[in-house]
Design a protein around this ligand. Sequence first.
Ligand code: SAM
Length: 166
Amino acid sequence: MSRLDSFIRRLEAQRACLNSAVARIRDIPGYILELGLGNGRTFDHLRELLPDRDIYVCERRVAAHPDCVPPPDRLILGDMRETLASAGEWLEGRVALMHFDVGTGDAAGNVVLAAELTPLIVPLLCEGAILVSDPEISSALLKPMDLPQGVAPGRYRMYRRQNVTA
Ligand SMILES: C[S@@+](CC[C@H](N)C(=O)[O-])C[C@H]1O[C@@H](n2cnc3c(N)ncnc32)[C@H](O)[C@@H]1O
């Protein structure tokens, strides 16, 4: 598969998973948390689909399209390994949908970062919340979900936050 085809399929999978997650969290109150603003594509998509929800965005350094920059009071600026640790105080158990897309070109580094961030992000999800993620996230509290039709396994991921006892 060419790199162009692979890129297009990744974006199609990302959009299909986000659309599916948005439909499934309609009855779950809570914040939306976008991890990785990048150029703002998925933030823009989420705010279009969920105009009435508070969407918070974590990013190290804003370099998004000017139309896709979140308002300052919704932007959590800095290294997520630090900002998410402090955000736990007010975000714990209050996120209904989280999108984890913090990857860079460094595949090994992405795996390490996902492992570092996992214990910080899982407690932020309320029960029944959905995590849509580029990398695999391993936690006993997260149950992998079936992917939307047409999304190949492993291309993108969806998890449901469950109870400790579930
Ligand atoms: C793949 S891009 C996000 C793309 C975005 N979802 C979009 O659709 O445009 C990943 C982003 O995560 C950010 N990032 C990576 N590691 C980070 C960290 N440790 N703390 C904060 N931001 C980080 C990068 O600066 C980059 O903008």
